[in-house]
Structures are given as C-alpha cells and as structure tokens.
Design a protein around this ligand. Structure first.
Ligand code: OXD
Ligand code: MN
Length: 588
C-alpha cells in the first residue's frame, strides 16, 4: 500500500517484536470494515445489536480490570526526569522501550497484526498529522475507523518520505501489573501494552492528539488542548466560535452539543458542534486563533446521556456506533445505561457479562465509564465547518470546573496573561463517579493535567509565549455551572440554560455589555444575563455572581501552595504576578 520506507520499517520492526502470524493493512474500504465486523462477531469480540433499531451498531465488553485510563501507568519518556515535570510519571526512553518491548515480545504469535494508517484532522489541512497504529485488536481498528480518518489516503499523503506518529498496541494478557501506556515525544512514538480500553489503546486520541501533540505544538508554535469547540449562530446568521476546557464529569460533551432554551431558539439562536474533546489551535494570518477538532467521532461517556441532558449525543449513537461496557437488553437486543431513562430492562446482561434485572438488581448494569464511539457526522447539530481545512476562528476560550462555592457562575479575565493564570488555577471537586474521596479539590490546569506531554511549568510558559504571537486574541473566561446552596442543591439549572451564559460571553467579546470589575476579573451585572422564559430568581443569580473576597483570599493561599509545593518550578513570572495581584485585590 505504500513505498514510504519509514512506514515499512516501523511495520517490519513491529512484526519482528510481536511476531504476528499475519499482517493486514487497513485501507478504509467498507468491504474491509464489514469483513472485520463479521470476524469480530464470530469470535464474540463484538455483539451485533438490533440492526433495525440500531443499524451498524455493536456492543463490546472489556475485561473487568480494564475499564478506564490508567494515569499511574501512563508515562512520558524523556531523557531527563525534570523535563516530564511533576504531573507526569517519568521513565528514560531506554527504560521505557526496554520495558514495553520485553512485555510485547512474541505476544502476537498466531494472531493478526493490523496496520492502521490514520489522520488526525482533515487530510491535506495544514493542521493535520498522520499516524500509523499497529494493533492486534479488531475492536481498536473499528473504533479508530470511527474516531479518526482511516485509509490509504493517509499513506498517499505521507508520500515516499513523510514522517508520522508511530503507535504500537498489543493487548498481551490484559495484565494490570504490566499495563503501560508509554510516550516517547522525541521519537513521535507511543507504545501501549496489556490494555484493550479505548483511552489507553485508541492511540490517536489522548496519546497522540494531546500528549505527543502538546509536545509538538510547543516545538512548532501551536497548541493541542483538551477543549470542545462550538459555534453559536446568532439570529442575524453570524457565527462565533468558542473553545472550552473542563475536567471530566463537568458536562463537556453536553455543552458542545447544547440545545438553547426555547426563547433563544425562537429568536433564531443555534449551537453547532465542531468537537467535544480536543482542539488543535494555530495563529492565523489575521492574528486570530483558529481551531480544528482533529477527531472524527465522539468517544462519549454513556451513563447520564439521555433525551434531556443531551439529545444530540443520543441521536449520534443511533447508527454506526460501538458501545462499550453498557447493558445489553435481551428483549430487543438494544443497549441501556443508568440515566438513559426510568425503564431499565429486566431481561438483560450487565457490563460484566452477567444476567441482570434492572428492576431488582442493586448493582449498576453499565460501568460508570461505559462509552459510545459514534461518528461525528451522526450528530444532528454537527457544524458545517466540521471538515474545514482552515478550522474556525475563536472569539473566546472558556475554562471551567465543578466548584460548590467560591467560583462565580462566570467571570472574564483581564487580558491574555491573566487568562492563562485563570486556566492554570483550574480545579474541580471530585465526584462519586470517580474512585477516591468525594468533594476533594483536584487541580487540573487547563483540564490538561493527565495530557501534557512535558513539564507543566513549560506548558504554562508556552501559553504565555503564544499570547505574544496573537495580535487579536480570544477573550478568556471561567465558568462554574455547579454552585450549591446550603442543602447541597444546585443553584444554576445548567444544560441548555448555559446558553444564557454563552450569550453574555459573546456579548462581552463584541463589546456589547458592561461588566463589574472584581478582585478576580470581570463579572456580569445580573441584568445582563438573559433569563427570558426561565423561572429563576434574580437574588439567586446575584448570589452565584458574587465574589467573596475572604474565600478568594483563602483560595489564593491554596493556589500558592499548589504552585510552590506541587509544580515547584518553571512557573512563568507572569503567573506569579497574577497571583500577587489576586492577593492584593482580596485585601483591598
Ligand atoms: C475522555 C477523558 O475520555 O477526558 O475524554 O477521559
Ligand atoms: Mn477528554
């Protein structure tokens, strides 16, 4: 399929290491995809779902010990430990290669190795980059076909001499003790062994499009971010785009596909989804930031997705989707998960493969991190710019987290550098969805903590340096949909009503509304948040827009501790200055 010597050499080396019985090149043709689906069904790797209700949809169950990304076994391999920084696990490249190779040696004996040529981004766009993933899993091949642009055109784009990101994946024995997801940023290489779970094995996603790409972005002067991208179409037909970063369990996919409240829809507002997870961002000739979503599908969390929370995501899963670790409803061979509806199936199989009765069982039927892999084009509100080679221009960048107190519904940073500070201090309270204590503050700068492929302080510096190259920068905001009252009740309705906050953000970008300057930045006047059609008290709104200086003084101390004790070094002077300003403002 190719004459590219580097590709051929990578495949040869992978064969020599893992010794598969066959090698199959993935050309992206429907015929080949159909054959692989049929083969996976014949071995039980995939279960074919009801093809009338869910055409071309399949169900897969992972091993029970292999259901999530494993941060403690995700490694950045650079020569010097200090260059991986305090947020990453480090090994030297020598040790990393040795460890992975010893584990993978001979592990594809008797099996087929698939060679997947894929592109992150539209082939032929200046933003795009090609990867080659070799794997012994048909599940991986079929997920990559949905999540990326796969096929011979990627090899053609490489030509005889083009460079690419190398990804080696072997399931091995799904042994937790020997599971490693290793990144070699200097060699554009990823090795993943002993896992079959999406985030660890779909190497185009977190491994390439965030960890390796963030490293490349710093070298080449662009940014790879853990951000959704959405377009807001105004009644006059103009469109503005925003990118937004949130830690997990903060409703990122829901925001990316938001349906505006009725009063906004009636007025002519629409949201168009460009991406729900990753943004690659470059400075355009016009001095603005332009963003593309390098992915081609959504790898979304199933539980909680329903007709109310995210009808667009649900619609996206109705064809051509692979479900992982959800409930199989045996009555009609469809799928179910907690939070889909109030009607769990009685005659079902749970994510572990055991018989399950949703009416009587006291265990969850779907794993809390069960997923759907759905083609982006299925989404009813997918942006017409989805395949744009130039991307979309950003008017605003939004950071957010889950905070019961302290952080107001929305505030705007004073300028780019202050915005970088706001991103650097992002933190979120842990939820019951994740293991560990609930309500504990976890710092997650720019929602990139598990995804920065180098030292977090250098990453902050890269943001500051980028600011110097952007003559027309987006405005930077912070939102918090999760303020709680004294009894733990949520004080903001969230979901579609977040449109009301988006509108204020875009009005600020257009210079249409005034704002109140506070210790932390610009906060809306309550009158400027459009509450039309919402039964909501202005007093409550005032309360979640308030900035409590005492709490923020305490927050500033907590941030000082985080900077000093966790990040320790390489923090840009501009961020220390913003921290000092915050402390001063809280005393004033
Ligand atoms: C994801 C994640 O799967 O952030 O998108 O973990
Ligand atoms: Mn993500």
């Amino acid at each position: 399929m190719t004459n590219n010597k580097k590709v051929l050499q990578f495949v040869e080396e992978s064969v020599a290491l893992a010794t598969p019985a066959n090698v199959v090149w993935i050309d992206g043709s429907q015929q080949q995809i159909d054959a692989l689906r049929a083969e996976a069904v014949s071995t039980g790797e995939l279960i074919k779902l009801n093809q009338e209700l869910l055409p071309d949809c399949y169900l897969h169950r992972t091993a029970v010990n292999d259901v999530a990304r494993v941060e403690a076994r995700t490694v950045i391999c650079l020569p010097k430990e200090e260059d991986a920084g305090p947020t990453n696990i480090w090994k030297s490249p020598e040790e990393g290669y040795k460890t992975c190779r010893e584990i993978a040696r001979g592990k594809m004996a008797g099996k087929t190795m698939y060679v997947i040529p894929y592109s992150m981004g539209v082939v032929g766009s200046e933003f795009s980059k090609i990867g080659i993933e070799v794997t012994d899993s048909i599940y991986v091949v079929l997920n990559m076909v949905i999540m990326t642009r796969v096929g011979k055109m990627c090899l053609d784009a490489l030509g005889e001499d083009g460079d690419f990101i190398k990804g080696f994946h072997a399931k091995c024995d799904i042994d937790e003790e020997n599971r490693w997801i290793m990144h070699f940023p200097q060699d554009n290489t990823i090795m993943s062994v002993n896992s079959g779970y999406g985030g660890n094995v779909l190497l185009g996603k977190k491994c390439f499009a965030l960890r390796i790409a963030s490293y490349l972005g710093r070298e080449e002067g662009w940014m790879a971010e853990h951000m959704l991208i959405l377009g807001v179409k105004a009644p006059d037909g103009t469109k503005k785009y925003v990118a937004a970063a949130f830690p997990s369990a903060c409703g990122k996919t829901n925001l990316a596909m938001l349906i505006p409240p009725k009063s906004f829809r009636d007025a002519g507002y629409e949201i168009e989804c460009v991406g729900d997870d990753i943004a690659w961002i470059r400075v355009g000739e016009d001095g603005r930031l332009w963003a593309v979503n390098p992915e081609n599908g959504f790898f979304g969390v199933a539980p909680g997705t329903n007709e109310k929370s995210n009808p667009n995501a649900l619609a996206a899963t109705r064809k051509g989707t692979i479900f992982t670790n959800v409930v199989q409803n045996l009555d009609n061979n469809t799928v179910w998960w907690e939070g889909l509806d109030k009607n769990p199936p009685e005659n079902a199989i749970d994510w572990k493969g055991n018989p399950w009765n949703g009416k009587t069982s006291d265990v969850k039927g779907a794993h809390p991190n069960s997923r759907f892999t759905a083609p982006a084009k299925n989404c009813p509100c997918v942006s017409p710019e989805f395949d744009s080679k130039t991307g979309v221009p950003l008017s605003a960048i939004i950071f957010g987290g889950r905070r019961a107190t302290t952080t107001p519904l929305v505030y705007q940073s004073r300028d780019w550098n202050h915005g970088v500070f706001v991103g650097s201090i992002m933190s979120s309270e842990t939820t019951a969805a994740a293991t560990g204590a609930v309500g504990v503050l976890r710092h997650d700068p720019m929602a990139m903590k598990p995804f920065i492929g180098y030292h977090v302080g250098d990453y902050f510096q890269h943001w500051i340096d980028m600011g110097k190259k952007i003559s027309n920068p987006p405005k930077i905001f912070n939102v918090n949909w999760f303020r709680q009252g004294p009894n733990g009740e949520f004080l903001w309705p969230g979901f579609g009503d977040n449109m009301r906050v988006l509108k204020w953000i875009l009005d600020r970008c257009d210079g249409k509304v005034e704002a109140r300057e506070t210790a932390i930045g610009y906060v809306p006047y309550a009158k400027d948040i459009d509450l039309t059609g919402l039964d909501y008290s202005v007093d409550t709104l005032e309360s979640i827009l308030a900035v409590d200086k005492e709490r923020w003084a305490a927050e500033a101390e907590e941030i000082t501790g985080y900077y000093t004790n966790t990040i320790k070094d390489r923090i840009p002077a501009e961020l220390w200055e913003s921290l000092e300003t915050l402390k001063k403002n809280c005393k004033a």
